[in-house]
Design a protein around this ligand. Structure first.
Ligand SMILES: NC(=O)c1ccc[n+]([C@@H]2O[C@H](COP(=O)([O-])OP(=O)(O)OC[C@H]3O[C@@H](n4cnc5c(N)ncnc54)[C@H](OP(=O)(O)O)[C@@H]3O)[C@@H](O)[C@H]2O)c1
Length: 413
């Protein structure tokens, strides 16, 4: 029987790691779930502890005095307004936490630490990347690029494991997470679902708000439950020691396929001429840094051929969400259907503008993990549909009578 610590236990990724171990008390004797707030009730093998990762290592060690484990999963994240601040705050949170484990003595018993980071590893937030993205791709370390807190966190973790040779490390790189966490509206499914629900309330068909280019490009997604299963596999797989892994569902998707399914799932249809004319709410923003693919352009024979990356929105959702008619429609809908009213205010519209507005493909390879024996896979559309179901049950989206896709159907009705 094993024990574990999950840091960031209420987050979209951490919550699922706790949930997964909570289902197996015979295997996971004690799971210490750590975060500032407690949002869920837990099975008997899970114990929640309040912790503030902004505290010093010494202060944290006092709250962690009775907390020790074989495995640590670090999935905490505190969003900041600049990359410099992300580097400072999120790097310090990990360093101080590991420092606290050293002070409390827990560090000496740890077998493996799994650190959750993401595909920003490859600079997906900076522009066009080399596809597919592979774990051995060069890091964007030099001064051409902004600081990347994932690099600092990985360096901190590697040093910790060199110092404590009882512990090995694993790092995961998920991308565009599909999932659900109570009180967390920064996820794709909730913002997309709320946008669709308000459009429906306004009597409109579903219109793609992102870039026309990205509508037919490819993206890779990570289901938070699949990611949790991956973390547990990687924690115990001997070959995974001291390795970083991409973690995506295993298929690749495109909004040309997903968008009509979203419409059908939420009881709507896609506006047949959704790209006709120019919308008043259209916007285009060039990205500030050279696209990451420029790092290898010479080597792959694309020197001088890489254009600027940008994000473009047919409907800029940050501006759309400020319109009186839109706010009134949400209030009406929330009142009538008994929905969580603040979900609309808290939905991260600018984040969705970015994710749907890109003009480049994001294809992430799972070959490394598969080669080591990982067989996990989850259909991306099913992940979205399940997340909509959870959001309906949590009163964030209105309940839609959904009979499911006809069996074996991969096509539109
Ligand atoms: N979500 C995505 O789409 C996505 C995609 C790719 C990669 N990632 C990466 O995955 C990692 C986890 O992100 P996430 O999206 O799961 O984060 P999240 O949903 O925002 O959750 C963050 C967690 O950190 C905890 N936390 C934040 N500040 C804390 C503090 N001062 N002290 C203690 N706990 C604190 C939060 O709990 P309390 O607020 O209760 O303290 C929560 O449990 C990050 O590195 C993120 O960049 C996320």
């Amino acid at each position: 029987m094993s024990s574990a610590i999950v840091v960031g236990a209420t987050g979209i990724l951490g919550r699922e790691i706790v949930k997964e171990m909570g289902k197996e008390p015979a295997k996971w004797k004690t799971v210490h779930a750590l975060s500032r707030s407690q949002k869920d009730s837990y099975p008997s093998n899970v114990v929640h502890h309040h912790i503030n990762l902004l505290d010093s290592a010494a202060d944290m060690a006092k709250s962690l005095k009775d907390v020790g484990a074989d495995y640590v999963f670090f999935a905490a994240y505190f969003q900041q307004e600049s990359e410099e601040k992300e580097w400072e705050v999120n790097g310090d949170m990990l360093a101080n936490f590991l420092g606290a484990l050293e002070i409390s003595g827990a560090a000496g018993k740890i077998k493996r630490v799994v650190l959750v980071t993401g595909a920003k590893q490859y600079g997906v937030h900076l522009g066009q990347v080399k596809n597919p993205m592979i774990e051995t791709d060069e890091w964007l370390r030099d001064s051409t690029w902004p600081p990347n807190f994932y690099y600092r966190q990985q360096d901190i973790l590697k040093l910790f494991c060199e110092k404590h040779n009882n512990a090995s490390w694993v790092v995961t790189y998920p991308n565009d997470v599909i999932g659900f966490a109570k009180g967390n509206y920064m996820n794709l499914a909730s913002s997309i679902g709320i946008y669709a629900a308000v459009s429906k309330e306004l009597g409109q068909d579903l219109v793609w708000p992102g870039s026309e280019t990205f509508y037919t490009r490819f993206d890779s997604f990570t289901s938070s439950d699949l990611h949790a299963r991956f973390c547990l596999w990687a924690a115990s797989e001997p070959k995974a020691a001291n390795q970083a892994f991409n973690v995506v569902n295993g298929d690749v998707q495109s909004w040309q396929d997903l968008w009509p399914r979203v419409a059908r799932r939420l009881g709507m249809k896609v506006k047949p001429d959704q790209f006709a004319g120019k919308s008043d709410l259209a916007s285009t923003t060039p990205l500030d840094f050279p696209p990451p693919i420029t790092l290898v352009a010479k080597e792959i024979g694309l020197e001088g051929k890489i254009g600027e990356s940008e994000t473009a929105q047919r409907i800029n959702l940050a501006r759309w969400s400020q319109q009186d008619a839109v706010k009134q429609a949400w209030n009406r809908l929330a009142e009538r259907e008994g929905l969580e009213k603040d979900a609309f205010e808290k939905a991260t519209w600018a984040f969705l503008d970015f994710i749907l507005g890109r003009n480049f493909d994001l294809v992430i390879s799972m070959s490394k993990a598969r080669d080591m024996g990982w067989t996990g896979y989850q259909d991306i559309w099913k992940s979205f549909s399940d997340a909509f179901g959870e959001l309906e049950a949590a009163n964030i989206l209105p309940k839609v009578h959904w009979v499911g896709e006809p069996s074996g159907c991969t096509c539109l009705p």
